[in-house]
Design a protein around this ligand. Structure first.
Ligand SMILES: [Zn+2]
Length: 309
């Protein structure tokens, strides 16, 4: 073989080895195993971690997040996790027993691999007075349904980014780049949602449960009356009678609720007063077409703007 051809051959072999060697190195670097409590959190983690993370979630979005019963497979997944991402506060009362069953102290509440996404979020409705059982299932650290405001999705993205950089520092710039793309897209969408729903400001809605306060806060809506007479307490005829008068007196056009609460009381009220019952999802994937953070908010804002027009 002539010398020139020999050297071309040599360089080609070297490049090929280098290429496959790198691929092999990247492939052997196992992705971080992350378990989240809710689907919206799982989606944000995926959008920032991409192929460096393997994400599983516990709460199926078609069920009420207050009352999830983790399965043995959830316990096994948590036991294998490098990071556990949750809402903090007291929304997921099933979370601490699940962590205990999985038996990995570094994932326990307050430990280094337990990421509480309420950090940095302004929590609304924090009780200022001592609370008692007679008030129903009050969220004692304030309202934990903060995932309903897209401004909070930005804060959650920052919190997730910081943790991923801390536990996997060699891929820090990769996570930073992905988080930047997520935040700039959500900022753009926030502008779009505000424009779509700008006219809703100042209007009042009725919600089934007090899981709508952050959504209402984002749009400047008033949401102070609920189908539940007290949090976690099903509606009574007396309370529905009160709501009938209230809705009529205040010209309320929409009764909002996620998919998993019984709809009969809201439907009955709607028939009497003419306000529309609409679905506002509480989590990503709760209904078809809401499979990521953006389509989830898209759906909710479209629903409310259609109802209040
Ligand atoms: Zn709640």
């Amino acid at each position: 073989m002539p010398v020139r051809l020999k050297s071309i051959f040599f360089v080609t072999i070297c490049c090929t080895l280098l290429f496959f060697g790198q691929r092999l190195l990247f492939a052997t670097e196992a992705p971080l195993k992350i378990v989240t409590t809710q689907t919206l959190f799982a989606d944000i983690v995926k959008q920032i971690g991409k192929d460096r993370v393997e994400v599983k979630y516990i709460a199926q979005p078609k069920f009420n997040v207050h009352f999830i019963q983790p399965k043995p497979s959830d316990v096994r997944n948590v036991a294998k996790a490098d990071l556990y991402v949750n809402a903090g506060l007291d929304l997921e009362a099933w979370s601490d027993p699940l962590l205990e069953a999985a038996g990995k102290p570094e994932l326990f509440r307050g430990a280094g691999r337990n990421l509480d996404l309420s950090k940095g979020v302004t929590i609304l409705n924090v009780p200022t007075q001592p609370i008692s059982r007679s008030q129903g299932d009050i969220h004692m650290f304030g309202n934990p349904h903060y995932n309903m405001n897209p401004e909070n999705a930005k804060i959650m993205a920052e919190t997730i980014l910081e943790k991923l950089k801390e536990i996997d520092s060699k891929n820090a710039s990769y996570y930073e780049e992905n988080a930047k793309a997520f935040v700039s897209r959500i900022e753009e969408k926030i502008g779009e949602w505000k424009r779509l729903c700008g006219f809703c400001k100042g209007q009042e809605i009725i919600s089934y449960h007090d899981d709508i306060v952050y959504f209402a806060d984002f749009l400047g809506l008033k949401a102070e009356q609920f189908i539940e007479p007290k949090p976690g307490i099903p509606p009574t005829p007396k309370h529905l009678e009160f709501l009938e008068g209230y809705v009529k007196a205040n010209n309320i056009k929409a009764i909002v609720m996620p998919t998993y609460y019984p709809k009969d009381a809201a439907e009955k009220l709607s028939q009497r007063v003419g306000a529309k019952v609409i679905t506002i999802c509480q989590n990503v994937g709760e209904i078809p077409g809401t499979e990521d953070t953006f389509s989830f908010f898209d759906y909710n804002f479209k629903q409310i703007s259609d109802a209040l027009k």
